[in-house]
Design a protein around this ligand. Structure first.
Ligand SMILES: [Zn+2]
Length: 124
């Protein structure tokens, strides 16, 4: 089970996008920033570049910061990329088969062109 921290009141909850039992807050579906922050404050989050996942101790620390009213210093770059990711998913849907088809066609186009070019070169 994931451990998450409510970004409004700092209480523990079972998942980043669930409703907080203490204050009733859950990140609204289209509030990308709230979703990104909620994900960051949970063990569900994993950063493949830094190979980092928040530990229970990290989350407890965040929890205390929020409860004491101390503003959290978010990593703007990470936050921005998480927001961008959600925007892409919502605007273009899940990885579409169309994109895959276009990609495969493009990938095939290069060798086909090469073969055609070499054929016309041989025939001359
Ligand atoms: Zn809460």
């Amino acid at each position: 089970m994931a451990i998450a921290i409510c970004i409004k009141c700092g209480h523990h909850k079972s998942g980043p996008f669930g409703t907080c039992a203490n204050c009733g807050f859950s990140p609204p579906r289209h509030d990308y920033e709230a979703n990104a922050k909620s994900l960051l404050l949970s063990t569900r989050y994993y950063d493949p570049i830094r190979d980092w996942r928040p530990s229970r101790a990290d989350l407890d620390e965040y929890s205390q910061l929020i409860m004491s009213g101390t503003p959290i210093h978010w990593n703007d770059e990470v936050l921005k990329s998480l927001i961008e990711e959600q925007r892409c998913l919502n605007e273009h849907g899940s990885p579409s088969w169309l994109k895959i088809v276009v990609f495969v066609l493009l990938a095939l186009l290069i060798p086909i062109t090469a073969v055609l070019l070499s054929l016309t070169w041989i025939m001359e």
